[in-house]
Design a protein around this ligand. Structure first.
Ligand code: UDP
Length: 404
């Protein structure tokens, strides 16, 4: 099939770890690669955020990345992109009326959905929507600190009611969408996959201090990822070191406000000598970091899906995670890892210390984690299931409509 992916702010070619570059970038890159490998013709449309970007770049994984001129050709915060979505959609219409018309559009994140619906309706192409994150959840957890456009939640509901199919990534998201008013019949649950080649138990591992246990935590350095809880929890975990991967490149950590706060917190908890910030790591090197760890900890306040625990599991690393969002589906409590309440440093610290003390349980979790990742989260299977959805929605005949 000819498949258009829209990922307005998250380019599959981006360097990850920065404030707006994380799971969605990985997801779009891996999904597009898996669909291309299955023989589909895939083009990913993302915003042109630098002047020197060519319109089309061929990814080594067999799909095209098209840079859409919408807004200034420079980085723009995700929460300031809404005004440029109409231009984004109009540009797609022009392109799709030319030589290449997709048979299906898969939009990632709500703003991509707006551009996709605008263009899809005019050209007569069905739209599949993955939200990746929901405004209602963000508002609930971040309150006044949520900088999303005020209309986000309303647009997300409208999208859910107007697209041809909504892809939910976990059970928690289904519940949220139903409570918002999106019909259950519009949804199909397809969890994200994990790259089982890159993330495998065997392979090179990052260096570590002999005799000292390593707890790893990975993610964009943003408040809701709960790194503060991890640092506080370290006070309850004797001897082990905590390595934090993500955020700006290592050279810029000194000036990053959140990294500075984490370091100050580590000093005030008396664990500064055991907490190490690494900064952003290229995706190809992530496997080395997971394999170097005894435990991966993910302690977000909320998490729409959460790729990092899954990547660790695929490497055969036990996970201690907060029982929120997608983590409640991926981590099986007492089988592949432990689930703890969010924002509770003591509970987290005790779970980590208990697991570090118990080599046999770690070993059992590691094997079960790898098996679960292989059985339920391979990209080949995820891409197959999504291709089925694409074929279903594309089979419905729809008239083209010119919107005045
Ligand atoms: N990641 C990376 N380098 C980093 C930090 C993160 O490649 O320095 C990747 C990580 O391997 C994962 C993604 O970024 O694929 C983060 O996804 P997740 O779903 O955990 O969080 P999100 O960013 O979507 O909130």
């Amino acid at each position: 099939m000819r498949i258009a992916m829209i990922s307005e702010h998250a380019s599959p070619l981006a360097i990850l770890g920065g404030e707006d570059a994380g799971g969605q970038n990985t997801h779009v890159a891996e999904l597009s690669a898996a669909l291309a490998a299955a023989g589909h013709d895939v083009r990913v449309y993302t915003r042109r955020d630098a002047v020197d970007l060519p319109v089309t770049v061929r990814s080594p994984d067999g799909y095209d990345v098209v840079h859409v001129p919408a807004g200034p050709a420079e980085p723009v915060a995700k929460d300031a992109l809404l005004p440029h979505m109409r231009t984004f959609g109009a540009w797609l219409v022009e392109r799709w009326r030319g030589d290449w018309t997709p048979e299906v559009v898969h939009a990632h994140f709500w703003m991509s959905g707006l551009a996709a619906v605008q263009a899809g309706r005019q050209v007569g192409v069905p739209v599949v929507q993955t939200y990746h994150a929901l405004g209602t959840v963000k508002r609930r957890h971040q309150g006044v600190q949520d900088t999303s456009p005020a209309r986000r939640i309303g647009y997300e509901l409208q999208l859910g009611r107007s697209v041809d199919r909504v892809i939910a990534q976990c059970r928690d998201e289904v519940g949220e969408l139903v409570r918002m008013g999106v019909p259950r019949s519009a949804m199909t649950v397809v969890p994200s996959g994990v790259n089982l080649g890159t993330f495998a138990p065997l392979g090179p591992a990052a260096e570590r201090e002999p005799g000292r246990a390593r707890i790893l935590t990975v993610g964009r350095l943003v408040e809701r990822k709960g790194f503060q809880t991890v640092v506080r929890a370290m006070a309850h975990v004797p001897d082990a070191e905590c390595v934090v991967v993500g955020g700006p490149p290592a050279g810029l950590l000194e000036t990053d406000p959140y990294a500075r706060r984490l370091r100050a917190l580590a000093r005030s908890c008396g664990v500064a000598d055991r907490v190490r910030l690494v900064g952003a790591v290229p995706r190809e090197e992530m496997g080395r970091w997971y394999r170097s760890a005894d435990i991966l900890v993910a302690a977000p306040w909320y998490e729409p899906f959460g790729l990092t625990p899954l990547e660790a599991m695929a490497c055969g690393v036990p996970v201690v995670a907060t029982a929120v969002g997608g983590l409640r589906d991926t981590v099986v409590d007492g089988v592949t890892g432990d689930l703890v309440p969010a924002r509770d440093p003591r509970a987290l610290g005790e779970a980590l210390a208990g697991l570090l003390d118990d080599r046999i349980r770690r070993f059992a979790y590691a094997g079960a984690a790898r098996a679960r990742a292989r059985q339920h989260y391979s990209w080949t299977v995820t891409a197959e299931r999504l291709a089925e959805v694409y074929a279903e929605v594309a089979a419905v005949h729809r008239p083209t409509r010119v919107v005045a």
